[in-house]
Design a protein around this ligand. Structure first.
Ligand SMILES: [Zn+2]
Length: 502
């Protein structure tokens, strides 16, 4: 697979750049910025950090704008000091959509590409802003050296502000074809929004009842690239909520990702959907690398450690995380007192999970130490109010999935010009919807790590519970189970063949 490239910036940085690059006199302008690398498994992203506006004499606006070597050296010093790379940005005031490079653009960027890479150790990134619709385009000067240096066009540029706005390179990632199956979906928001949503690479972390519903609905909505991540296997007590999972999946010790991948494929309406499964934990370095390939992440896990990792990359790597879940409250007699479901988007400009009280730093530490999997520790904590009891009902969990998806629509489509609504909580007993007002702590370590990229606080490491479970559904299986799996896989592939022929 070819390595993709991307650029991400906050809405605040985008606004600052637009203000400088889009001039009242309609001429082109330029400026420089720094970035941090964010390295996924198959994608390299430049995360924009400091905007370095030109000082007098550092650039000349005369129809085609030019800049001096001194300006580049000043920016390179800042980049090297902050362990970042250099971005050259300029505007095409009358243009719309993704821009290919003109001859002068190419000459200007290529003349500094070797120098920037040599001094910072990172490829020069070039960006163009189309003035009429504020679409970005970008390229990484990451191929060849000397006179042969060349730019790889980015796949997209992501701006995370009140909404997530993505500029697409149609050549690298063509708009997926819509068919009669999508008629009702497209009639909700139009072809252009559908072409954007369908191309986004979405990761669902944790595919229990909520994650399964989210993944299947995304697939049915025509998304072409969905990854589901979980290391757990299907057990008997999951069958009352994991819609589509069967007793056969329990007997064959199927991974939850296997079942959810299968159900997502069965419900997909995209012509060539790529439904990928990952049996890693987001807490493992390889799991984090998979996550960094995505444009949006749904967090459907309830454990503190993975949620802390996702909380971190929402800020450090500018990948918005749609998070939420269900809590069921029972009486001592065992009857239902209340159930609540929450949902919120975690991204710059919004409170993180720690600040909106959805994450407890002490519990994160216990989880990282493996204590939440330690039977002695769990026995000693039985009945503690912070201890999740795991009650859930399919009729309740669908509401959490619906709430997460509604947050995602607001974040992505911005109905009535509004982005996501902030943290929400629904109370089943009284049927009230609460807008929770939890301001960010000004000293929040997660939010302070905005745009850190690969210099993020390392929260990942070895995960013995994930290793253990993977072994139990991997190569250590009894011969009978392995044989039955082969038959089951064959049945599945015949069904898929029949679907394709239909
Ligand atoms: Zn915070």
């Amino acid at each position: 697979m070819t390595r993709a490239t991307s650029v991400a910036l906050t809405g605040a940085t985008h606004a600052r750049l637009c203000e400088h690059l889009l001039r009242d006199d309609g001429q082109e302008d330029l400026c420089l910025a720094t970035y941090r690398a964010s390295s996924g498994r198959n994608r390299a992203t430049a995360i924009l950090r400091d905007v370095i506006l030109p000082q007098p004499g550092e650039r000349d606006v005369h129809g085609n704008v030019t800049f001096t070597g001194e300006y580049v050296l000043r920016a390179t010093e800042i980049a090297a000091r902050t362990q970042g790379g250099i971005v050259v940005l300029h505007s095409h005031p009358g243009a719309t959509r993704w821009q290919s490079m003109s001859g002068p653009d190419r000459d200007a960027e290529s003349s500094y590409a070797n120098l920037a890479r040599e001094l910072t150790g990172l490829p020069l990134v070039g960006m163009t802003l189309a003035g009429r619709d504020r679409t970005w385009s970008a390229r990484h000067w990451d191929t060849g050296v000397g006179r042969d240096i060349a730019a790889s066009p980015a796949h997209n540029v992501r701006v995370i502000g009140a909404t997530l706005d993505i500029s697409w390179n149609d050549r690298a990632v063509p708009a997926p074809r819509t068919t009669g199956q999508h008629r009702r979906t497209v009639s909700c928001w139009g072809e252009e929004v559908q072409a954007d949503l369908a191309r986004r690479r979405v990761l669902v972390v944790g595919v229990g009842s909520v994650g399964l519903d989210v993944a299947v609905r995304l697939a049915a909505s025509g998304l072409t690239s969905i990854t589901v991540m979980d290391f757990d296997i299907v057990k008997e007590h999951n069958l009352d909520r994991l819609i589509g999972a069967t007793r056969r999946d329990v007997a064959l010790r199927r991974a939850k990702t296997h079942v959810v991948g299968r159900e997502a494929r069965r419900n997909s309406t995209a012509a060539n959907a790529r439904i990928e499964i990952s049996n890693l934990s987001i807490c493992e370095p390889e799991g984090l690398a998979v996550a960094l390939d995505h444009d949006v992440i749904f967090c459907c896990v309830d454990r503190p450690w993975p949620r802390a990792v996702l909380n971190g990359i929402a800020y450090s790597d500018l990948i918005p995380v749609v998070d939420g879940g269900v809590a069921v409250d029972t009486m001592p007699s065992g009857t239902l007192r209340n159930a609540t479901w929450r949902s919120h988007v975690v991204a710059p400009g919004r409170p993180c999970l720690l600040c909106n009280r959805q994450l407890d730093a002490a519990q994160v530490a216990l989880d990282m130490d493996g204590l939440l999997d330690d039977p002695d520790y769990i026995a000693g904590r039985a009945g503690h109010p912070n201890q999740p009891a795991g009650q859930n009902v399919a009729m309740v969990s669908i509401n959490a999935a619906a709430s997460l998806l509604a947050q995602y629509i607001s974040l992505s489509v911005g109905p009535a010009g509004m982005g996501d609504p902030g943290p929400l909580q629904y109370l089943l007993s009284t049927h009230e919807l609460l807008h929770l007002d939890h301001p960010s702590n000004p000293h929040c370590p997660y939010e302070a790590a905005e745009a850190e990229g690969n210099k993020r606080t390392p929260l990942v490491g070895a995960h013995s519970a994930a290793d253990h479970l993977r072994a139990s559904h991997g190569s250590d299986l009894p011969l009978k189970v392995r044989a039955l799996r082969l038959v089951d896989d064959r049945v599945d592939s015949i069904e898929r063949w029949l679907d394709r022929r239909a």
